[in-house]
Design a binder for this molecule. Structure first.
Ligand code: KG4
Ligand code: ZN
Length: 391
């Protein structure tokens, strides 16, 4: 099955062509074409993602990315094609708020043959709603114009399932995964522990009661005068401190770490950093590294302890990390060490670095699992939902 996948939930516009085969217990994927434009440079000057700008950039990027992904997959056939009658009207309505995109899309559709694909998958939540709508409207328009089934993908399911991937040459495999599976989903908007058993049936085991861990990384980065997105910058400073093996003068709390539940709280940790900086006055270069490390240590400790509790509660056989924060070197190392030490019978899957940031391959992978269940949606009922939940 060939799936065209589209992702526009935040600040990456991405389209991929994925070929997939197999079933839930053993699926194989091949990326035929993959095109992505990151908006990080554009949002950096605002210190965070600026939704109106994200929406505009997605609208600008989608058609060129579609062309690039199809071209790479050798599925682009230039041809002058008469569009189905009434189509421009339908697209005009769908894309009424995106004149430029509608225009670009109509001209693309009239210059190319319908590609040999089986379905179109698109992120319909969670994320920034104005950004999500651009991708959703675009996917609906394509589904109508090409008469292809449409699949709405939950972005977090994309993170979770793509984290299970192992590589076999250039193919991607999801194979021999023992359930129950526990997923720790950590990103700029999410911090949650979900259990999966059977496939695609989720139970929420714990979640943040205030800030997401990625948000805390970003806010601490700002306090340390680091650019957006802050996670990788904080990590870079903290790693430098670890290399020097200095003792750390900064002590930070581990909120809720011993409480008898699997929920998190990161807002107190962030505030503790703020007070320490206030108390201390301006930080030297070394002190900034020490503060970054103290924060990262505290965040990793809490994430691990709550995950360990959730493994006990759910009897998980597989643990996986997903979302932007799962790129963090220290968190990855800490989880690896602790799993080997405390839960050697649990298999840990860490996402490939390319799958920690938002991309369309993860949407194609989750889209395939949904397609296997014939989880298709009529274009006229699909909406973008910024708060779409997995459970
Ligand atoms: O999944 P993602 O790309 O977007 C959302 O869906 O939110 O996650 C972005 C978040 C940001 O908060 C970013 O600072 C954080 O992931 N992040 C990291 C690292 N790389 C990205 N946090 C800690 N360490 C990293 N290396
Ligand atoms: Zn994400």
């Amino acid at each position: 099955m060939k799936i065209l996948a589209i992702e526009t939930s935040c600040d990456e516009t991405a389209i991929c062509m994925l070929e997939a085969e197999g079933d839930e217990r053993s699926a194989r994927f091949r990326v035929l074409g993959n095109a992505l434009i990151s908006q990080i440079d554009i949002h950096q000057q605002y210190g965070g993602v600026f939704p109106a700008l994200a929406k505009r950039e997605h609208a600008k990027n989608l058609v060129p990315l579609l062309r690039a992904a199809l071209e790479e997959a050798e599925l682009l056939r230039e041809d002058i094609r008469a569009l189905p009658e009434g189509l421009p009207g339908t697209l005009g309505e769908l894309l009424s708020r995106e004149y430029e995109l509608a225009e670009q899309l109509l001209s693309f559709l009239s210059e190319s043959e319908i590609p040999d694909i089986d379905a179109i998958a698109v992120t319909h939540g969670p994320g920034l709603e104005p950004a999500l709508w651009v991708g959703v409207n675009f996917a609906k328009a394509l589904a109508l114009a090409w008469d292809k089934p449409l699949i709405g993908v939950n972005h977090m399911e994309g993170h979770l399932l793509s984290s299970l991937v192992t590589e076999d040459g250039t193919d991607l495999l999801i194979d021999e995964i023992e359930l129950p599976l526990l997923g720790l989903l950590i990103s700029g908007g999410h911090t949650e522990l979900v259990s999966m058993e059977p496939w695609l049936r989720y139970r929420l085991i714990g979640q943040t009661r205030d800030d997401a861990v990625g948000e805390a990384f970003d806010k601490v980065a700002r306090m340390l005068g680091l650019p957006y997105p802050g996670g990788p910058e904080v990590s870079r400073l903290a790693e430098r401190d670890r290399e020097d093996e200095r003792s750390n003068p900064f002590k930070l709390p581990r909120p809720m770490i011993s409480d008898p539940h699997c929920d998190f709280s990161f807002s107190g940790l962030k505030t503790a950093v703020m007070y320490l900086i206030k108390q201390h006055g301006e930080l030297s270069g070394i002190e900034r590294e020490q503060m970054a490390r103290a924060f990262e240590d505290a965040a990793a400790d809490v994430l691990w302890k709550k995950t360990a509790r959730a493994i006990d509660e759910t009897d998980a056989k597989t643990l996986t990390l997903g979302g932007g924060v799962s790129a963090n070197t220290h968190i990855r190392r800490h989880f690896k060490t602790q799993i080997e030490k405390e839960y050697p019978h649990v298999t840990l899957h860490l996402p490939k670095p390319a799958f920690t940031t938002d991309n369309a391959v993860m949407i194609g992978i989750a889209g395939y699992y949904r397609a296997l269940r014939k989880d298709f949606m009529e274009p006229d009922v699909m909406i973008a939902n910024g708060n779409l939940s997995l459970v």
